[in-house]
Design a protein. Structure first.
Length: 195
């Protein structure tokens, strides 16, 4: 991490990393205990954080694992698909995935070796944003480049995904994750529009 990263940007990266961890796999007991200690405030995002903390206190990791599988894996398919490709159909998707790979290469992002999901998985995109914010890749990524990446690869579909996650039939614990994600997408879009 770069030493000149502002406190606000570290907090942004923390939210992206939280979303990435919770959307990559169901939390274990240790992560659940950490989530239960979070505190929110009276902002939309703060209330969503408080709600997730309450859900973490009331739910076991085994229950969340069942929920996670119903939502994202299923017997044939999960209730939701956490991919840009599920929201961006036809030629737009193919162009978008190709552009995502080009943009990843341009800023020095490679896919993790332990991940077999396509690059447009919401967890991967959140990890990428956190890494760009903190300067984890080959070169520092400017705020303008972060903005371009966000609007090109995330803003067009992620809020819809997070709203769908809140409304999903199998979603209980993950309603809190969806609320955080939707609120944070609004915050990021508003902040980037001011640049």
């Amino acid at each position: 991490m770069q030493s000149d990263v502002s406190v606000e940007d570290v907090l942004r990266a923390d939210v992206y990393r939280l979303l990435a961890v919770l959307l990559r796999a169901a939390p274990d007991e240790e992560n659940l205990a950490m989530l239960a200690t979070m505190r929110g405030d009276e902002t939309v995002l703060g209330r969503a954080v408080g709600s997730l903390a309450m859900l973490a206190k009331k739910t076991t990791s085994a229950e969340i694992d069942i929920e996670y599988h119903a939502l994202f894996i299923g017997t044939d398919a999960g209730e939701l698909e956490p991919y840009g490709s599920a929201y961006l159909k036809g030629p737009t998707y193919k162009q978008s995935l190709s552009q995502l790979r080009d943009d990843m290469n341009r800023v020095g992002i490679g896919m993790r070796g332990d991940v077999d999901e396509p690059e447009d998985h919401i967890a991967a995109l959140c990890e990428m944003m956190a890494g760009m914010i903190l300067g984890d890749f080959i070169q520092p990524v400017s705020l303008e480049e972060q903005k371009e990446f966000f609007f090109t690869h995330i803003a067009g579909w992620a809020k819809d995904f997070f709203n769908d996650l809140q409304r999903a039939r199998h979603s209980v614990f993950y309603t809190g994750v969806g609320a955080i994600g939707a609120a944070f997408m609004d915050i990021e879009a508003s902040a980037f529009e001011m640049i």
